[in-house]
Design a protein around this ligand. Structure first.
Ligand code: AP5
Length: 214
């Protein structure tokens, strides 16, 4: 099963992808996580990418397409994967389609988590992230047992640079301008399935699982 989990910043892609990984036993491939790891490791690519990410802008297409091309060749992705945060522009979607057509391994479905903008802002501004195991918490909706500490791996939680108010506004604008057309790209190919992303995390997962299996 090859999936693209689509949705605006804060829609719950990371939260739901972690559950899909357990349910389908396929890896999550998050370009955001890969870029943040490169930033933390201070690689030249990571330092360059950080300039775009911290300002809420998209990293250039050739960088992220290269990352995904390398990642999906790894043995753990042979049986499928969940792309999270990619593709984010129509040129990225076209590059992915060409890549997968060459291998005869097309995308099966593109579930799109639908969440109104005011809810997205509340989710992003209260998010606390684990830089080690990537778990996402929320000061109000999904608070960790001990403040500032990851329940899963005990690392210190961080407030992402791009979850600060100016960057959140810019990310939502960037989504509307550059990423929303990707939805039409997959709708035209009959792969898009809309999923209501509002409500309890377990209820969203139930709707998402049904959509994926439909
Ligand atoms: P990326 O890391 O992909 O960020 P994003 O798409 O903006 O998504 P988020 O991680 O912010 O949100 P999410 O949908 O995963 O929500 P989450 O589950 O955490 O990208 C970051 C940056 O990297 C980009 O801005 C760009 O610069 C760069 N980049 C990455 N990919 C790129 C690409 N392909 N091309 C170019 N640049 C790229 O949930 C959010 C919060 O809500 C959490 O606190 C969570 O606990 C809470 N929550 C989740 N579900 C619920 C619920 N049902 N009810 C209440 N709270 C909930």
């Amino acid at each position: 099963m090859r999936l693209i989990l689509f949705g605006p910043p804060g829609a719950g892609k990371g939260t739901q992808a972690a559950r899909l990984v357990e349910s389908f036993q396929i890896p999550q491939i998050s370009t955001g996580d890969i870029l943040r790891e490169s930033k933390a490791a201070k690689t030249p690519m990571g330092m360059e990418a950080a300039r775009y990410m911290d300002a809420g802008k998209l990293v250039p297409d050739d960088v992220v397409v290269g990352i995904v091309e390398e990642r999906i060749k790894k043995p753990d992705a042979e049986k499928g994967y969940i792309l999270d945060g990619f593709p984010r522009t129509v040129p990225q979607a076209e590059a992915l389609e060409a890549m997968l057509e060459k291998n005869g391994t097309p995308i099966d479905k593109v579930p799109s988590l639908e969440v109104p903008e005011d809810i997205l802002v509340g989710r992003l501004s209260g998010r606390r992230s684990c830089p080690s195991c990537k778990a996402a918490f929320h000061v109000e909706f999904a608070a960790p047992t001990q403040e500032g500490i990851c329940d899963k791996c005990s690392s210190s939680l961080v407030h992402r640079d791009d979850d600060l108010p100016d960057a959140v506004r810019e990310r939502l604008r960037t989504f509307e301008d550059q990423t929303a057309p990707v939805k039409e790209f997959y709708e035209a190919r009959g792969k898009l399935v809309r999923v209501d992303g509002v409500g309890d995390v377990n209820d969203v997962f139930e709707r998402l699982s049904k959509a994926v299996k439909s």
